[in-house]
Design a protein around this ligand. Structure first.
Ligand SMILES: [Zn+2]
Ligand SMILES: [Zn+2]
Length: 341
């Protein structure tokens, strides 16, 4: 089958690879769509998670069940079901799993990759059936949506809270809609790419701050009548965007550092400033048990508008180039030509 692999540092390649054998408790899906995640690009560019050369990239997957392994019926899934795949694994038996922290399962430190291929074998526990009204293309964004929902769960946004979001990439635009759905007010985005401002407004931003041409702090206090934001969420992952988030948070505010920052990035913070406003700093990892809720929440979010461009699997090299331009919020690979998709 065809697959997009991490060929060498900085390079992806379309290769023909053998299909994985199917084992006990496993289910094979025909991949419909796989979205490119920033972490895929980090793997290719800087070897994130020590990913080995030759692995098939991709973990934001939707598809159709085509083969059931022995004893895979416990999931209730059957051939023909439309599903999404989760890249997270948890054993349910280790100390972390038993203490309610399955995202830190001791048995698995790696994610399930391999989504940018014609077929993919999953453990039955990692597949979730999606409703008929959800398009398979849109459903490929459910994995990033679960991360956004984890941020919402931890950010504790109250209705009417003034909320600012830094960064309007693909995940930022999902976050923006989730913030709106929470009933936030004075929703503001900080985004240096002018081409993204209009879409941000369309998807819920009341105010847009361009950090290239305006003082972020000045505008932020103007918008919040001098109070600062109740919640600030940094989703750009750019070190340069990180410090100001603390400055523009108000008294008793929360700053959520959502993105995956460079591993050597350190940011000085003035603890007196934090003390004087009783500020809370929150980071976000992930949580495997959000998937069922994300499947239901997906229809409340305009996922189609977040998908900027689509390429067939054969053009995966072009797709990664398009991702690198940062012009498109989300780049999606169409992995099957099946008319039913
Ligand atoms: Zn992802
Ligand atoms: Zn475990």
């Amino acid at each position: 089958m065809k697959a997009c692999v991490y060929a060498s540092p900085g390079k992806v390649e379309l290769r023909n690879i053998p299909e994985e054998p199917i084992e006990r408790g496993k289910i094979r899906i025909k991949v419909a769509y796989c979205a490119i995640c920033a972490t895929d690009a980090h793997v290719v560019k800087r070897g994130l998670w020590d990913a080995p050369l030759g692995i098939v990239l991709g973990h934001e997957v939707s598809g159709i069940v085509v083969e059931m392994g022995p004893d895979a019926g416990g999931s209730g899934l059957k051939i023909g079901d439309r599903v999404i795949g989760s890249p997270l694994r948890n054993c349910g038996l280790c100390e972390q799993c038993r203490r309610g922290r399955p995202q830190y399962c001791n048995a698995y430190s790696d994610m399930v990759f391999g989504g940018m291929a014609e077929y993919k074998v999953y453990d039955q526990k990692n597949l979730y059936k999606i409703p008929d009204y959800l398009a398979l293309r849109d459903a490929s964004l459910i994995e990033p949506l679960t991360c956004v929902m984890r941020a919402m769960d931890l950010s504790n946004i109250q209705q009417g809270d003034a909320v600012c979001l830094s960064g309007c990439g693909g995940i930022g635009l999902l976050m923006l809609q989730a913030i709106k759905a929470k009933g936030a007010s004075r929703i503001t985005v900080i985004e240096p790419v002018a081409e993204k401002h209009e879409l941000a407004r369309e998807l819920g931003a009341e105010f847009v701050i361009d950090p290239k041409t305006e003082s972020v702090a000045e505008r932020a206090f103007e918008i919040t009548s001098g109070l600062g934001y109740d919640v600030v969420i940094e989703a750009s992952g750019a070190p340069v965007a990180a410090p100001v988030c603390i400055d523009i948070a108000g008294k008793c505010g929360t700053v959520v550092y959502f993105a995956v920052y460079p591993t050597d990035f350190e940011m000085p913070v003035n603890l007196y400033d934090l003390y004087s406003k009783e500020l809370r700093i929150q980071t976000v990892y992930t949580h495997p048990l959000i998937y069922p809720r994300a499947v239901d929440f997906a229809s409340e979010i305009n996922l189609d508008r977040v998908i900027g461009i689509e390429f067939p699997l054969e053009e995966c090299v072009k797709a990664f180039e398009a991702f690198d331009t940062k012009k498109y919020p989300k780049v999606v690979l169409r992995c099957s030509e099946d008319e039913l998709l």
